[in-house]
Design a protein around this ligand. Structure first.
Ligand SMILES: [Zn+2]
Ligand SMILES: [Zn+2]
Ligand SMILES: [Zn+2]
Ligand SMILES: [Zn+2]
Length: 138
């Protein structure tokens, strides 16, 4: 009797008070986590018009990464401040970072979550590491 609504994934993210629901955006959106553009899948809170990238909604709180092998990066949220005393830029793309980003406090190393993710992906796609694609077909 209940309408067959497909079950959507929801996440509770520490940057927002409400649960966020998986949503396929028709156009571009601005991620309310890392404040950069995204398209396609988002995690969204409809009443608040709050969007997070798929990655921003699900990325780990700490990230050991080869980009910065000495220390683990931690996911932090920078609140909007009226006093812009320390402008920060992503160490990968050099765009400014606000909102959600990965940081190494000791080195003042900052990267966007998606920049960290994409450079990790590129490294994994290097020819040295075999992808081990299954050749089996039944
Ligand atoms: Zn984002
Ligand atoms: Zn909300
Ligand atoms: Zn970046
Ligand atoms: Zn460091």
């Amino acid at each position: 009797m209940a309408p067959r609504t497909p079950k959507r994934r929801t996440v509770q993210h520490f940057t927002h008070i409400h649960p966020l629901t998986e949503f396929n955006s028709a156009g571009d959106f601005i991620c309310d986590g890392c404040k950069t553009y995204g398209s396609g899948k988002t995690y969204r809170c409809e009443p608040c018009n709050y969007d997070l990238h798929d990655y921003c909604a699900t990325c780990p709180l700490t990230l050991p990464t080869f980009i910065h092998p000495k220390h683990e990066l931690s996911l932090v949220v920078r609140k909007q401040q009226s006093t812009r005393q320390n402008e920060r830029a992503c160490d990968i793309c050099n765009e400014s970072v606000e909102g959600l980003f990965y940081r190494c406090k000791l080195c003042e190393f900052d990267v966007h979550p998606l920049c960290a993710a994409s450079s990790a992906r590129e490294a994994r796609a290097s020819p040295c590491s075999s992808l081990g694609v299954s050749a089996r077909s039944s």
